[in-house]
Design a protein around this ligand. Structure first.
Ligand SMILES: Cc1ncc(COP(=O)(O)O)c(C=O)c1O
Length: 291
């Protein structure tokens, strides 16, 4: 937001169309230029949030902005980093899954998650009039592309990635475009459903030990605990690569163990992880209060 040179920067509550509406209403009533379309509003969201794995209510956000800004001066920028390769037709993201791509000003895709690579300069691979990115693809109109090439300092002053990364990203995109990953996407959704079902067996534990009631359709799961390092370490000792996420990455009180599933996981691995957590919970229960 700082780098955007926006005249005014306002936050709204996480993933809340009501909060967006309240913020927009306040700003519009204070600024006639917003009302008559002479000033722009850029609304920036992630499609899949990186920590809780929840999916943004993009259609509801669009409805709010289009209703309150009928001069079409509300522009959405959607970061699809965690949706790329996982959601939408051939992994094209949540925006395309919803079929609202024509109503989104910018979609940004990165390559470090499902594509198992890094960023890249990918002009030729953009689906529409896309822009290059050093760390991302930016799907946008040609004016925005020209603007970013000339004004985006982080783009101008960053060296492009080397050929091996570009080659690996291209290979991943060829697999996506060729439909070869559709089966993997399907397999991942089965694993997500299975893990969610298995996690239900843990929900009897009180929130002071483990909170597992917030599930999404994404492969990112957040197991809230007051002792996430301890839980993560127990899982790691059993061979599961999961991480404790602590403040300031998440707000204090929202510490968790983050579990990210991938297509290569098996149901047996999920069973094993659940059993490891269950065993830890039983041992934790027997210990005196030490939270
Ligand atoms: C929301 C979001 N956008 C972008 C990125 C950067 O993605 P990448 O690592 O693929 O370049 C991240 C990385 O975690 C992220 O969480």
């Amino acid at each position: 937001m700082r780098l955007s040179r926006a005249g005014k920067r306002v936050k709204f509550s996480h993933s809340s169309p009501e909060a967006l509406e309240a913020v927009l209403q306040t700003e519009i009533s204070a600024d006639p230029q917003l009302r008559d379309g002479h000033r722009n509003v850029f609304i920036v969201v992630e499609s899949v949030y990186s920590m809780d794995g929840d999916v943004a209510p993009i259609s509801d956000f669009l409805e709010v902005a289009e209703r309150l800004l009928p001069c079409k001066n509300g522009h959405f920028i959607v970061d699809e980093a965690h949706a790329t390769g996982v959601f939408g037709p051939r992994g094209a993201g949540v925006v395309q899954q919803l079929g609202v791509e024509e109503r989104i000003f910018i979609r940004m895709h990165t390559f470090g998650k499902a594509l198992a690579s890094h960023g890249g300069m990918m002009k030729d691979l953009c689906l529409r009039t896309g822009l290059i990115g050093l760390l991302a693809i930016v799907l946008c109109c040609s004016d925005t592309r020209d603007y970013l090439i000339n004004y985006a300092r982080t783009l101008i002053y960053t060296t492009a990635l080397g050929f091996p990364f570009l080659a690996s990203i291209r290979s991943a995109y060829e697999l996506l475009a060729g439909g070869e990953t559709v089966q993997l996407q399907r397999r991942l959704s089965q694993l997500i459903i299975y893990f969610r079902t298995r996690l239900e067996s843990l929900s009897a534990w009180g929130p002071s030990v483990l909170e597992v009631d917030h599930f999404t359709n994404s492969p990112i799961f957040s197991l809230r605990s007051q002792v996430p390092r301890e839980l993560a370490s127990v899982c790691q000792q059993e061979g599961y690569i999961v991480r404790a996420i602590m403040p300031p990455t998440v707000p204090a009180g929202k510490e968790r163990v983050r579990v990210c599933l991938h297509t290569g996981n098996t149901m047996e691995e999920i069973d094993g992880l659940i059993e490891t957590i269950q065993k830890w919970l039983h041992q934790t229960e027997k210990k005196p209060a030490r939270l």
